[in-house]
Design a protein around this ligand. Structure first.
Ligand code: AN7
Length: 367
């Protein structure tokens, strides 16, 4: 069966049952036509989960929810942007795509490119990509090139390569990425009945905060929501150019996904913050890890460290949350991406080398 026939069969099935993927679900709000060849892994429709221990910590009637975008098909919010970017690349006849990545973009690009029958090339900072993400990109068949430099260096190279070679750039400078990612704002409004009062979100390149802001505004124009949220962006303290206003030459943080010193969407992210009356704040690695452990050990929600920056940030500025506000924290990536960090920061001691008999096991359990 040709890829075109497969896509037709798949799209015919989708209209009858199940979640069709975000392009089908929000087609009216996206730059697609009836003949656009949609490339999907049925991304989107991720859960909005109340987190009562965090609501209680803030008190004053504040209700906090998690938008768990780590439950997308490749385990991060990047799938929202990539279904659109790869669909449009395919429509334009592209044969190959390229991106720089701290990991999640590369995994999503590789998966969607594969489904579209395209090659994918990804540049990553050598030694600073979580193992799960690297494994994904390799398994999905990307050409993975680790450079002796950071994300910002990799991005400079791929931007030029997209000019000099027949490869389509799918970093968030590609406008279709933001178009896809804005659907997360639609889902929040569809679930809550209106936009939240605050949106707390980790910020690296500033693409996602820009996309959410686009989505809320578009929904408001269509009368789908009455209000717009304050956009509260959080960066890791060692990589916080949008907080300081100065490019960071050597960004550092254990939240490698947001180890970015020169955000691509700098002006757009600032505009989203300013127009919404929001803020950018920095959170330390220790605060990120504390929030990461809290989410895992008190709420049963496993995210990657960069994602926990949204909750760490909320806890940091909690005294400024208005009474009775509805707050959504975006968890952008799945904890399974980075098992090393989980094991290194586990709550319970890992008891290894126990003899395989019931008495030894009972003793290890403390009975
Ligand atoms: C889990 O994969 O930039 O502010 O190359 O993976 O839109 O950049 C990842 C970014 C937040 C920041 N949380 O979003 C990449 C990459 C996670 C991420 C961000 C990223 P933007």
């Amino acid at each position: 069966m040709s890829l075109d026939t497969q896509l037709e069969v798949s799209s015919a099935t989708n209209t009858n049952r199940g979640w069709p993927g975000l392009i089908e679900a929000y087609r009216a709000y996206l730059p697609v036509t009836a003949t656009t060849p949609v490339v999907t892994l049925h991304e989107g429709n991720t859960p909005l989960i109340p987190v009562p221990t965090i609501s209680a910590e803030i008190g004053r009637g504040v209700k906090v929810y998690i938008k768990y975008d780590g439950l997308n098909p490749t385990g991060s919010f990047k799938d929202r942007g990539m279904t659109m970017a790869i669909t449009k690349a395919r429509e334009a006849g592209a044969k190959a795509v390229i991106c720089a990545s701290t990991g999640n973009t590369s995994a999503a690009a590789a998966a969607y490119a594969l489904r579209a029958g395209m090659r994918s090339y990804v540049l990553i900072p050598d030694g600073y990509v979580a193992l799960g993400k690297l494994g994904q990109a390799l398994l999905y068949g990307a050409e993975v090139i680790a450079i002796k430099g950071n994300f910002d260096d990799a991005l400079d190279i791929v931007r030029q390569m997209a000019v000099d070679y027949p490869v389509t750039l799918v970093n968030s400078v590609n406008p279709f990425r933001l178009e896809g990612q804005k659907t997360a704002a639609f889902e929040l409004v569809d679930a809550l009945g209106d936009a939240p009062d605050w949106l707390c979100i980790p910020v690296g390149n500033g693409g996602n905060i820009t996309a959410y802001w686009m989505g809320f505004n578009q929904y408001k124009q269509h009368g789908k929501c009455q209000q717009l949220p304050k956009m509260m962006g959080f960066q890791a303290a060692g990589s916080a150019p949008l907080v300081s206003g100065i490019r960071v030459r050597n960004p550092e943080t254990l939240a490698t996904a947001i180890r970015i010193g020169n955000p691509v969407n700098w002006e757009k992210a600032i505009a989203a913050k300013d127009e919404s009356g929001g803020e950018f704040n920095a959170v330390t690695d220790a605060e990120i890890i504390a929030a990461y452990r809290w989410l895992g050990s008190r709420e049963g929600i496993f995210c990657e460290p960069a994602s926990a920056a949204s909750v760490a940030g909320l806890l940091k500025v909690k005294d400024r949350v208005p009474n009775n506000a509805t707050v959504v924290c975006v968890l952008t990536g799945n904890g399974l991406k980075d098992p090393d960090t989980a094991i290194a920061n586990s709550i319970n001691p890992f008891k290894q080398g126990i003899n395989a008999d019931i008495d030894a096991v009972a003793a290890a359990m403390g009975f």
